[in-house]
Design a protein around this ligand. Structure first.
Ligand code: F6P
Length: 530
């Protein structure tokens, strides 16, 4: 592996100063440096990757045996080996695929049976008096369905969906205020059914429903791997939708955790979402690496983060309904690949996954794009946009949206030279030293890399493709880095310390056991709270 990283470092050294724009001197670059699946196009031609660099990147995939690991994942091998689990969220969307064996047992009958139960429950709720659904969950039990429900707003024809995640009482108080407890369904979504935030919010919701004339016995449902804990909470078995520990929290929107989405858009729409994911699985398994959209998205990511050393990447959907996608991808990518050790416990050889951030365009343009264009750090940008919007009567808005999206990637690549800036200042009437000073502020270095994903329209199928695309990107990057993308030990220490701090905050344990800073903060808070 080391020699492959060395080869890439050498490519970086040899090409770093080259202009991306000059790569277009060779005709056909846009087509040669893009990949397509179905009617989705991934363009990475506005990066500094050429044929030689791409070959060196693809060599990483072969050296890490990504194809072999991919086969293991789809076949249900326990590739999450710090937890001894298979990684089989793909089985949840394997709608008409063959059997999937875990420890010699086909999991598909169980998956399809739960899906059938979800469909009938969702349909009943959609036809009932229920007007509002409150999903209580956090992390993967919140971000996936919350993002997808927003994304597919044009397809909503069921009850309104709300999401409560934060343990901050403000979140549940603001959400429940104004809801009719007799017409609200509460879904407690927690893989483990132990997460403190979720269980605290679930108890608060139960008390609220009891106090306002609702019937928690009849109006609560649970999504979890632990039947025993859902029973102990008082949720009848017919409203519990289970799944297995081979579905990771941040990969769980495809199964019971997606129930709120199914209720919002209906079982047919949810099926289309699953089929989109399944289509991406098939593409990922079959396409050659250079034509393979998830693999190329991963390699572009590796090139920018691990080889060029850019610490972050921005996800910039020019799609208002994907405004929560950056939040969703933060968990998917950073909880998966933000790790310092490889499978065998040794330190990762290169830097781990980058910081993922972003916002919907065009809002970001009026907030942080200044830094992206003229700041001293390079932020590789991942643009995405639909060819068509849903609002036919507002097609002129959509054309403007697309123009802005494409203009940003063009501006990042092209930049503006000092001479061009001088010309602009001269046209504006400046002369002499003042022209020179003003021109300096208007220079855009350019040569900043970006990729663009274009899809026809944000429908359930397309959303399924996009989510599965990013899941497989994480898989590929994780395998190349030698990381286990499917555990999350890094979240544990904070949880343990919060548990030990609770009695200190409540005043039943002394703050003196804590470090001086923490003890002082506790003292200040105690003095200033009722
Ligand atoms: O933050 C850690 C984590 O375990 C995530 O991986 C998970 O999505 C989230 O907590 C919620 O967990 P659960 O679904 O078990 O409540």
């Amino acid at each position: 592996m080391t020699s492959h990283w060395d080869a890439l470092a050498a490519r970086f050294g040899a090409t770093a100063d080259r202009s991306i724009l000059s790569l277009f001197d060779e005709a056909g670059r846009a087509e040669a440096f893009s990949a397509q699946t179905g009617d989705m196009l991934f363009d990475y031609s506005k990066t500094n990757i050429d044929a030689e660099t791409r070959a060196a990147l693809i060599a990483l995939l072969d050296a890490a045996d990504v194809a072999g690991k991919r086969a293991q994942m789809f076949a249900g091998a326990p590739i999450n080996d710090t937890e001894g689990r298979a990684v089989l969220h793909t089985a949840l969307r394997n709608l008409d695929g063959g059997p999937v064996l875990v420890d010699g047992v086909d999991v598909m009958p169980g998956v399809l049976d739960t899906l059938t139960r979800m469909r009938s429950f969702a349909q009943d709720i959609r036809e009932s008096e229920i007007t509002d659904v409150v999903n209580i969950g956090i992390g993967g039990s919140d971000l996936g369905p919350a993002m997808a429900v927003d994304a597919l707003a044009p397809y909503h024809d069921g009850p309104r969906c709300h999401f409560v995640s934060n343990v901050d009482g403000a979140h549940i108080a603001d959400t429940l205020r104004g809801l009719d407890a007799r017409r609200t369904l509460v879904i407690v979504a927690s893989k483990t059914f132990t997460t403190i935030e979720t269980m605290t919010n679930a108890r608060t919701a139960k008390a609220w429903m009891q106090a306002h004339g609702g019937e928690p016995q009849a109006q609560f449902a649970a999504l979890s791997t632990s039947e025993e804990k859902t029973r102990a909470f008082g949720i009848p078995a017919e409203r519990v939708f289970g799944f297995e520990d081979w579905v990771g929290g941040r990969y769980s929107v495809w199964g019971p955790i997606g129930l709120s989405l199914m209720i919002a858009i209906g079982p047919k729409g949810f099926d289309a979402f699953l089929r989109g994911g399944q289509a991406m699985d098939r593409h990922f398994q079959a396409a050659d690496w250079s034509e393979n959209v998830p693999a190329m998205l991963a390699l572009v990511g590796i090139w920018h983060a691990q080889v060029c050393g850019h610490a972050s990447r921005a996800v910039l959907p020019y799609d208002q309904r994907l405004a929560r996608l950056p939040d969703y991808l933060q968990q998917l990518e950073m909880e998966s690949n933000g790790k310092g050790v490889q499978m065998d416990g040794s330190p990762v050889a290169v830097s781990s996954g980058p910081i993922v951030w972003g916002a919907a365009g065009t809002n970001g343009q009026h907030a942080f794009y200044q830094l992206i264009h003229q700041g001293t750090r390079v932020v590789p940008c991942e643009f995405m946009v639909a060819a068509e919007g849903h609002e036919a009567e507002l097609a002129h808005h959509h054309r403007l949206l697309i123009a802005n999206c494409l203009a940003q990637s063009e501006a990042l690549m092209r930049g503006r030279s000092l001479d061009e800036a001088r010309g602009k200042m001269a046209d504006a009437g400046f002369t002499g030293d003042e022209l020179e000073r003003q021109a300096q502020h208007r220079v855009f270095e350019g040569n900043r890399p970006s990729t663009t994903l274009v899809y026809p329209k944000l429908d359930p199928f397309t959303l399924g493709q996009i989510v599965a695309l990013y899941e497989h990107r994480v898989f590929v990057e994780g395998v190349v880095l030698g990381i286990n993308s499917y555990d999350q030990w890094g979240v544990e220490l904070g949880k343990e310390l919060a548990t030990s701090l609770q009695p200190v905050i409540e005043g039943s344990a002394p703050a003196s056991t804590k470090d001086e800073s923490t003890a002082a903060l506790v003292g200040f808070i105690r003095r200033h709270s009722a």
